[in-house]
Design a protein. Sequence first.
Length: 215
Amino acid sequence: MEKDLGDYRKSYEKSELNEASVLENPIEQFQKWFYEVEKSNGVDEPNAMTISTIGLDGFPKSRVVLMKKYTHEGFIFYTNYQSEKGRALENNPSTCLSFFWPILERQVIIKGSAEKIAENLSDGYFESRPFGSKLGAIVSEQSQVVASREILEKRLAALEKSYEGKEVERPENWGGYIVKPISIEFWQGRPNRLHDRIRYTLQKDLNWKIERLQP
């Protein structure tokens, strides 16, 4: 079976990106773009991002997670620390995040190092989650093999009964990571595949070097 996708082409013409217009700080530039994506009302989950890790088997693996916060320090998401990505990050904290917002013909690629956030911050976010999501974090031994979905549903039903009317505390193996960037690249689609690529690289003096990359 095969399918030729050579005729799938699109001309990117919605915007441009140049050194004169970008902000000096990449987090502020990210905030500007993120706000514009939100305002477009054309992306269901603008905070959806792909995270790539190097697994214990030596292979890279990418998957989509939801960014829950960004600060001047970096980008925060939550997961099970014993999941495949959690174990990968424990072994090798170097990671890459990417956002793709096709409605504005933009993507952002972030390279950095992931570290666990403070426990009280993970507690605070966990408390804000819906009851069902809290139980889901307990039910699922994320990334482990399970014989059927029915097993998970039975576990959930049992937990719903045992936690009825009670507070659900955050499991110790679940919490947040912050990815502290060392490089952030902003990509803006342009006609004739001459896309704009502006990269910020963190220097030893903690200032950001701004460069244009060829498409």
